[in-house]
Ligand binder design. Structure first.
Ligand code: ATP
Ligand code: MG
Length: 270
């Protein structure tokens, strides 16, 4: 399987709307993620970020529009095969990890796309690969610790190791920095910057609420509000005071120092 379509498209979302229980969660979204691009997805609570990531992850079917992932049009392919090439980190996945598993178990389970390695005893190669992934995210020492007892930051890293075990072409991280302290956030930014530099990853998409969490190496940004695209494009042109002021509904001033961003409110909220 090729990791992208002939024109280098990793994710293609065309005119996508998602309607659930009478609510329009996404409203006519167009979004193209090209090979080599590293995206950040920003927007207020409820703007549709998780919904859009679920569409790209092939877990949510749009009510209107078309979606292609890794060169395959959804609706015409076996999504189970496609999902082997998509690594996902999300709070809902973490919540499905049953208690009692070690960090290594959680990573091993990623080799089959499950949340627990119930079905059989993993072979040596899978365990070795899982240990390698834990090492990659700086968690080698945690391999035999129980996942549910790890700190939020440690759990996020273990989840990233899990998402990487099959060598995905597309990596989708939904709020990987949620609940992390300043040190954890900065360590995660370093890890994401390293992943951003990995040529094997055709594309990455990271959802966040905070511009401070945008990792070095991020190339593009998509800003959502109320299920619609406010702006999309190269990160420097998209993560701006004007765009974020529009998206978050209060006057915001965005600054950029090197390859990192910061934002502050400049007046009272409307
Ligand atoms: N199954 C559903 N039925 C109806 N509404 C839903 C459903 N799932 C999500 N929503 C609504 O869709 C909107 C978008 O949700 P989504 O989780 O995509 O937002 P988000 O941008 O990820 O928000 P957050 O930043 O809080 O994670 C929200 O208003 C949410 O309440
Ligand atoms: Mg969300």
């Amino acid at each position: 399987m090729t990791s992208t379509s002939a024109d280098g498209e990793v994710v293609g979302v065309h005119g996508v709307s998602v309607m659930r229980s009478g609510n329009l969660l996404l409203d006519g979204i167009d979004w193209r993620v090209g090979a080599g691009e590293r995206w950040v997805l920003l927007g207020p609570n409820g703007s549709g970020k998780t919904t859009l990531v679920s569409v790209a992850a092939t877990y949510l079917w749009p009510s209107r529009g078309s979606v292609s992932v890794l060169g395959r049009a959804l609706g015409t392919v076996d999504v189970r095969e496609l999902r082997r090439h998509i690594g996902i980190v999300s709070a809902s996945l973490e919540a499905r990890v049953p208690p009692g598993l070690t960090a290594l178990d959680v990573v091993v389970a990623g080799a089959t796309g499950a949340t627990a390695p119930w079905w059989d005893r993993p072979d040596r190669a899978t365990k070795d690969r899982a240990a390698e992934m834990l090492d990659l995210v700086g968690c080698a020492a945690l391999r035999d610790r129980r996942f549910e007892l790890l700190s939020s930051g440690e759990r996020q890293r273990v989840q990233i190791a899990r998402a990487l075990i099959l060598g995905p072409a597309l990596l989708l991280l939904d709020e990987p920095a949620a609940g992390l302290d300043l040190g954890g956030r900065e360590q995660l930014a370093v890890l994401l910057a390293r992943l951003n530099a990995q040529p094997d990853l055709a594309a990455t998409v990271v959802v966040t609420h905070h511009v401070e969490e945008i990792a070095p190496g991020t190339t593009h940004a998509l800003i959502l509000r109320s299920g619609r695209v406010v702006a999309a494009g190269p990160v420097a042109e998209t993560v701006t005071s004007a765009v974020l002021t529009l998206a978050f509904g209060l006057p915001l001033h965005v600054t950029r120092v090197g390859d990192r961003f910061a934002a502050q409110a400049t007046g009272s909220a409307r």
